[in-house]
Design a protein around this ligand. Sequence first.
Ligand SMILES: CC(=O)[C@@H](O)[C@H](O)COP(=O)(O)O
Length: 333
Amino acid sequence: MLVTINGESRVLDTTLSVADLLATMGLDGRKVAVERNREIVPRATYGDARVQEGDTLEIVHFIGGGAPDTAVTGVDSEDEGFVVAGRSFRSRLLVGTGKYKDFEETARALEASGAEIVTVAVRRVNVSDPNQPMLMDYVDPKVYTYLPNTAGCFTADDAVRTLRLAREAGGWDLVKLEVLGDQKTLYPNMPETFAAAEALIADGFQVMVYCNDDPIAAQRLEEMGCVAIMPLGSMIGSGLGILNPVNIRLIKETASVPVLVDAGVGCASDAAMAMELGVDGVLLNTAIAGASDPIRMARAMKLAVEAGRLSYLAGRIPKKRYADPSSPLAGLI
Ligand SMILES: CC(=O)[C@@H](O)[C@H](O)COP(=O)(O)O
């Protein structure tokens, strides 16, 4: 029979089940998800679900990084860590897993960053060579919390479909929703983001949402049930830093769920500045992966996020218009 797998036509044995198909491709036991004619095939039915003539199959896996699905408890003595959707994390730095030279470099950078949550994109398995290395071979999902994301989705429908596949593949329901507006700015498309958030929350997902830095939109997303609000610092991949600190602070002041600055961080001082605004964490990717020395930058980001948090907790001095001598003037000779 003739079927299409990940866009490629294949002639298959007529008696194949989905489980047999995965086995012949060497994908059995791997964290992949299968969609047949745009319907997710539940994992429990792989043995019974027969592949049929004319079927269109999509087999996806994760690209980019991850951590335990169980809560990481215990906190640093100087920082209380943060809690999202009932799970505690010590590290306030969340990192992306794209743009690295190879998976080995990804793994080393993640380790240096100290991140516990890594966000990963969902992509088709390479059916021409399904045995190619996968992210999970390098970034252990028992060590990192995988946060599947919808990078590359421009409609609510695509985003919802992508995250349903991610849940089927790995069982994760804590997800990062991003619905993009256009290729040039990668700004969030907020109407589509609202629609996707609503559908995902109704479907039992815990949604961490990438959004613009609009306090009203952020409030609305929280009211809908999003478990974390992730306003952009600036455009994804731009390295322009935090363009609107006033709005980020406003969003944080109003929110009762964690607020994480997501996107646009270019260097360690940007990450520290975001944390000094009082946000709960920072999500970044390009600044580490695109640095000349990603491992060193990953460590810099770890220290910057910690320093920014401590600086925020310590409380900055008020800015003054004129000098205020550091040494007492009394007793001057
Ligand atoms: C990895 C990911 O989720 C990105 O979409 C994220 O927004 C990070 O952006 P930067 O690459 O600008 O750090």
